[in-house]
Design a protein around this ligand. Structure first.
Ligand SMILES: *Cc1c(COP(=O)(O)O)cnc(C)c1O
Length: 450
């Protein structure tokens, strides 16, 4: 260990060869095995003398990797898949080889500078002021939580009379919002979206005002809108929800983990009008901006408020807080951090932003075509017209069990990975299309089994 021997060089070649094959070809879909099965194949891998690099890599390639579903497979359409660009994946190797520290300007100035330019691209697309800024965190869950902690901290400084803090969000908001409320030990006020599933400002105003009048001492500190729900891709009415928040001095946060990626797609940009009024928002480049796991862009209108909430104080950290240098650690719940925005930055810098808009439009075209294929299928019923790239539908006459059986068989036959979801208490299927490799024929191949 810690010696660059000929074996290290040999292993480097093997690892690069494997990585190139994985990048170049359609990956196999693969699928999970039980821990028992894996133990039978892999045995105990941690030993006093070690397996050697070649053997450990062989074990990974043959046993472990094949028990992981390829999230970038063109017919992986469950949850939200991933589709990192070749450049982004390649640069992840560089980040891994470079021992970069992304927590402070002192240690990682160059990396942080590049990450900040990538964040600025997103922030400018949203129409945020030039003073906006933020940080790449691990995922949307941590991004939402960090933003909401900032929101409460900001309100707390102004209001000493509050006995209970309350977070308001759509009943259809992501589970991470409910989880944030739990972690922060605050109440959550769930507001019913309209009949099309979108949260509206007047409904928020009515529910929040009624709640405040009935619960003295309680105060809503943040109102969360979703820009692209995970299940159906619905975008809340950002302009009216933000107006409701502003009129009441409440923090306006937008959870765009999936959907806000489409800020760069001209055809749907107007759907996000109102985003420019957000106090904070998030988007996950690891979902629909072609970056590898894990990267969530968290952006604040006024980053100083975030620093006030998140700066860690300790004797050994004091040198870092001496001047106005940008320390990414100060803007979320973390200290040590990987420069996880760099693979995204590299691909964006190398390809240019036009390529991103084009790839985005391509996935939405495939989603439109998929909706058309569903509509003309004799056994299927389209739930809603896709506004972004999620296509949700019913298989007429099927029980939950039928859906489960179909999904299991689709994976076992290595045709695709599509898991059942639910809408209004009924089982449904959904395709989340974020991969420019996914084409109309892939959709047809899956629909042929329904
Ligand atoms: C995926 C998602 C999240 C959670 O993001 P992670 O990166 O998985 O933590 C939050 N909100 C929405 C709307 C999402 O789609």
């Amino acid at each position: 260990m810690h010696e660059f021997t000929p074996e290290v060089e040999e292993l480097a070649k093997e690892i690069l060869d494997y990585s190139l094959v994985r990048l170049r070809t359609d990956p196999p879909l693969d699928g999970p095995k039980t821990a028992q099965e894996l133990y039978e194949l892999a045995g105990n891998t941690i030993t006093a003398k070690g397996l050697g690099g070649h053997e450990a890599l062989k074990l990974f390639k043959e046993v472990l990797a094949t028990a992981c579903i390829s999230t970038d497979h063109p017919r992986y359409l469950a949850f939200i898949p991933s589709a990192p660009s070749e450049y982004a994946n390649l640069f992840d190797l560089v980040v891994g080889a470079s021992a970069l520290y992304g927590g402070s300007w002192l240690e990682g100035a160059g990396a942080v500078f590049a990450e900040n330019q990538a964040l600025k691209w997103i922030s400018d697309l949203a129409g945020m002021p030039a003073t906006a800024g933020g940080v790449f965190v691990q995922g949307g869950t941590i991004g939402n939580l960090s933003a909401l902690v900032t929101a409460r901290n900001t309100f707390r400084a102004k209001r000493k009379d509050v006995t209970r803090w309350v977070l308001a969000a759509s009943a259809d908001s992501h589970s991470s919002i409910k989880s944030a409320a739990q972690v922060m030990d605050v109440e959550i006020l769930l507001i019913k979206p309209d009949k099309d599933g979108a949260l509206q400002g007047d409904a928020c105003a009515q529910v929040i005002d009624k709640y405040h009048s009935e619960n003295p001492g309680h105060q809503v500190f943040a109102l969360v809108a979703t820009a692209g729900t995970t299940n159906l891709g619905i975008i809340d009415n950002l302009a009216s929800v933000s107006a409701c928040a502003k009129e009441r001095g409440i923090w306006f946060h937008v959870d765009g983990a999936y959907g806000l990626a489409a800020l760069c797609a001209p055809s749907v940009r107007p759907l996000f009008n109102g985003i420019e009024l957000a106090d904070s928002f998030i988007v996950d480049p690891h979902k629909w901006l072609f970056a590898p796991f894990d990267a969530c862009a968290l952006i604040y209108r006024n980053p100083k408020l975030a620093k006030r909430a998140h700066l860690q104080k300790a004797a050994y950290l004091e040198t870092l807080d001496e001047d106005d240098e940008w320390n990414p650690s100060d803007y979320a719940i973390h200290l040590t951090r990987r420069a996880r925005g760099l693979p995204f930055w590299f691909s964006l810098a190398a390809h240019g932003t036009d390529e991103y808009a084009k790839a985005m439009e391509r996935t939405m075209d495939v989603a439109k075509d998929a909706a058309e294929q569903v509509r003309s299928h004799p056994n299927l019923k389209l739930l809603i017209e896709p506004s972004l790239s999620i296509v949700a539908f019913e298989r007429v006459g099927w029980s939950s069990e039928d859906y489960e059986k179909w999904s299991d068989k689709l994976l076992a036959d290595q045709i695709g990975f599509v898991t059942p979801s639910a809408h209004k208490g009924k089982p449904i299927l959904r395709f989340a299309i974020v991969n420019p490799w996914t084409n109309e024929g892939d959709i047809a191949a899956i629909l042929a089994t329904l």
